[in-house]
Design a protein around this ligand. Structure first.
Ligand SMILES: [Zn+2]
Length: 216
């Protein structure tokens, strides 16, 4: 997969765009400004793809397939389903927590996709034209990364002084939340996600974050 990596290069994820990221640590990072928002453990996050926003049915179908694959990558370990949060594709839209839409986004041609950390109300998951320059495996990896954000994970490379965060677990140089494509969810990503969702109180004296579980 090294060849693919050099083709894909750096991932320009819009979630990072408001932060400097000169730190190349590789960990799972969560929380911002003293607050960690995550879903209630065991939540089913309903995701609706607004296919009418896509340029054609072929691209909408690619979005469906990549979403299916990304959700399966997060939740399946071998044949077992074992994850604190599950994604479900739904219709009609009023039941959805996450709404995926296409946007031409001409001002930011390098962006691939963007979304938000856990919060009340609808969470948009934007797909931009550059997303469709990747093959099926790359698209699934990109959505796995975006689902990481939706579950509360931040980038491995945020500047801590600009945006305080909390590190869960040891260094992992290949995390799906790093900035190099193609993305692969690591066993440590899944394991640390579970640790994250089992956290209810301060694990150390240095831990200054308040944890807010949100109901979907
Ligand atoms: Zn990102």
């Amino acid at each position: 997969m090294a060849a693919l990596s050099s083709i894909y290069g750096k991932y320009d994820c819009a979630n990072a765009s408001t932060y400097a990221y000169n730190e190349k640590g590789e960990r799972i990072f969560v929380g911002e400004n003293g607050i960690i928002r995550r879903w209630i453990d065991g939540s089913n996050i309903k995701l609706w793809i607004d296919e009418n926003t896509f340029r054609d049915q072929m691209e909408a179908n690619q979005a469906y397939d990549a979403t299916d694959q990304a959700a399966a990558r997060w939740t399946r370990i071998g044949s077992q389903v074992d994850a604190p949060v599950h994604f479900w594709m739904v219709s009609p839209p009023e039941k959805a927590k996450v709404v995926m839409r296409f946007s031409p986004n001409p001002e930011k041609p390098t962006w691939i996709a963007s979304t938000l950390l856990p919060r009340e109300g609808e969470i948009p998951l934007w797909i931009y034209p550059r997303f469709f320059t990747y093959g099926a495996a790359g698209q699934a990896g990109i959505l796995a990364h975006e689902m990481g954000h939706i579950m509360g994970l931040r980038h491995e490379f945020l500047e801590p002084a600009l945006s305080p965060k909390f590190q869960v677990g040891p260094i992992n140089p290949t995390s799906v939340m790093s900035d190099t494509l193609p993305y692969t969810i690591q066993e440590t990503d899944r394991a640390l996600l579970k640790v994250f969702y089992e956290m209810h109180s301060s694990p150390s004296e240095d831990f200054k974050f308040e944890i807010i579980p949100i109901d979907v």
